[in-house]
Design a protein around this ligand. Structure first.
Ligand SMILES: [Zn+2]
Length: 208
């Protein structure tokens, strides 16, 4: 599935990054990867408005000038993704050891901060992350992920229920009574509903 068809349901860049594999399972090695190439990464980042149309051209030329730079940015982005997921699993109480993930994310975040600058415009201070085009995308992802992990309320982070046929994707539940169960009702929710209906019909047929 190309990134343009990928559903964006997380409610925050950090969660949407985590949701670029399917299904999203702790410790899974056999999953469908949505960020398969540097091109995928750029397309996805543009869709999520992580960078502007002008910046995307800078990123593309930096990668064209140094062929391994795109691959490195992809690898860094995936590392930020997996570290973010592991830390989130810890926050949500699914796993207990977030040490290695915190270290990885911390290193990426430190590097991203070193490539950031403070600017003053209109009397207020702004943090510009990604002053080096080649690493702009993973840098913004790392800073965004740390920001999210620092400030998000774990009570509102949910996972599409794997044990009920969901995909494991994470999302922010902003519903009024915290009742959102599925990443998308029209997707995993509808599939689960269809399965329940089929099972019920099967039981009905088997019952004389
Ligand atoms: Zn789902």
């Amino acid at each position: 599935m190309a990134p343009k068809d990928l559903r964006i349901v997380g409610g925050h860049v950090a969660l949407d990054l985590v949701n670029t594999v399917e299904p999203r399972l702790p410790g899974a090695t056999n999953f469908r990867e949505h960020l398969t190439s540097p091109t995928d990464l750029v397309d996805w980042a543009l869709r999520l408005e992580i960078l502007t149309d002008v910046e995307v051209e800078l990123v593309r030329s930096a990668w064209a000038a140094s062929p391994s730079a795109g691959e490195q940015a992809l690898r860094a982005s995936r590392e930020v993704r997996e570290a973010t997921y592991d830390v989130l699993l810890n926050v949500l109480g699914t796993t207990s050891d977030a040490g290695p993930a915190l270290e990885k994310l911390g290193l990426r975040w430190t590097a991203a901060t070193a490539r950031s600058e403070l600017t003053l415009g209109g009397g207020s201070l702004a943090l510009v992350v990604g002053t080096a085009p080649a690493t702009l995308i993973p840098d913004r992802l790392a800073v965004s992920a740390v920001e999210f992990l620092r400030t998000a309320d774990p009570k509102h982070v949910r996972a599409c229920p794997l044990d009920e046929g969901g995909c494991g994707w994470l999302f922010l539940d902003r519903s009024r009574n915290s009742s959102r169960r599925w990443c998308a009702m029209e997707d995993c929710g509808a599939q689960a509903k269809a399965r329940r209906l089929t099972a019920r019909r099967r039981v009905a047929r088997a019952t004389p």
